[in-house]
Design a protein around this ligand. Structure first.
Ligand code: F6P
Length: 340
């Protein structure tokens, strides 16, 4: 069997470890060969394909990004399942291993429904897929964000300023919650919980009154009480979802206005998705790549790998599409006991 690997949607640290795990295990254990579709679903639909051999994946676990490139592309803009079938036929590819988040996995499911052999590997730094306990990339993003906040705290302390750190998290505040807790933030603002200006100001002033330089962490998808939707000034992505970013500046302005504390905002943005994956993410990604190959060999089309506890299992692709994993009330309340 020859498997074509595609990485779709936003990149994240660990994608290359999946590719390496799949290619090494598939080649050595089952004698499979591999191709790579370049640039996500666009490469699948247009037949933009390269060979991926054992030599090509040598030493890539520690590399951020994806050696195959990625894009937020809807393959139905390039001919849909007919184009995908043609490209697979032309390059003698029997099955697709699709690595991506909800957008990519929704495409994978649609292709599976059309009779194309697909296996999924879930990925997102946001960690918001219910179908798996964790996605690789999240641990790295949290580590990067935590280190950034540690740095913000020393400059904040020096100036007696309030520092606002904006992190990723479109619908789910997992990166904000974990990095904020790790860095000892005085307030964590997440998409799941609208929070009023008054409450934020209370937390900030309480920290200031104890002689601390307040640190506020805000997820990009946070909605300030009174606002209608998440802050977005950059239009929509290819799937029609608003591109977020900038709420940190807005929250900083609100804090400065209501407290008279000099306040600065930093937007971490794509720094959270770049660079070397943590050991945890490399291990998870490698195991996902290996298990995805097992699924293909077993003919388990339309399924994706998943972490349950410490076990790598498999679930239907549809599980990734039905609901998101958001921060529960209990987890938020637990963290909020330390705010202010
Ligand atoms: O879905 C992962 C994510 O990093 C989100 O947190 C963020 O909103 C989005 O991707 C950014 O997308 P792009 O890389 O296309 O700007």
């Amino acid at each position: 069997m020859r498997i074509g690997i595609a990485t779709g949607g936003g990149d994240c640290p660990g994608l290359n470890a999946v590719i390496r795990g799949a290619v090494l295990h598939g080649g050595e254990t089952y004698g499979l060969s591999f191709a790579g579709f370049l640039g996500g679903w666009r490469g699948v639909a247009l037949g933009d394909v390269t060979e991926v051999t054992r030599e090509d994946v040598r030493g890539i676990s520690k590399l951020g990004g994806t050696i195959l490139g990625t894009s937020r592309t809807n393959p139905w803009e390039f001919g849909g399942e007919d184009a995908v079938r043609n490209s697979m036929r032309e390059h003698e590819i029997d099955a697709i291993l699709a690595i991506g988040g909800d957008g990519t996995l929704a495409v994978a499911q649609r292709l599976h429904d059309a009779g194309i052999r697909v296996i999924g590997v879930p990925k997102t730094v946001d960690n918001d897929l219910n179908a798996t306990d964790m996605t690789f990339g999240f641990d790295t993003a949290v580590s990067i964000a935590t280190e950034a906040m540690d740095r913000l705290r020393t400059t904040g302390d020096s100036h007696g300023r309030c520092m606002v750190a904006e992190v990723m998290g479109r619908h789910a505040g997992w990166i904000a919650l974990h990095s904020g807790m790790a860095a000892g933030a005085h307030a964590i603002l997440i998409p799941e919980r609208r929070t009023s200006t008054e409450t934020i100001v209370d937390w900030v002033e309480s920290a200031r009154d104890r002689g601390r330089a307040p640190l506020v962490v805000v997820a990009e998808g946070f909605v300030l009480e009174g606002d209608e939707t998440a802050h977005s000034t950059k239009g929509n992505d290819a799937f029609g979802r608003p591109r977020l970013g900038g709420i940190g500046e807005r929250v900083a302005a609100v804090i400065a206005e209501h407290t008279n504390i000099e306040t600065r905002a930093s937007l971490l943005g794509h720094i959270q998705r770049g660079g070397v994956p943590t050991a945890f993410d490399r291990v998870l990604a490698t195991r996902f790549g290996m298990e995805a190959v097992n699924l293909a060999v077993g003919g388990n089309w339309g399924r994706m790998v998943s972490l349950r506890g410490t076990d790598v299992v498999d679930v239907p692709l549809t599980d990734a599409l039905n609901s998101s994993k958001v921060v529960s009330e209990a987890r938020y309340v637990e963290a909020s006991r330390l705010f202010g």
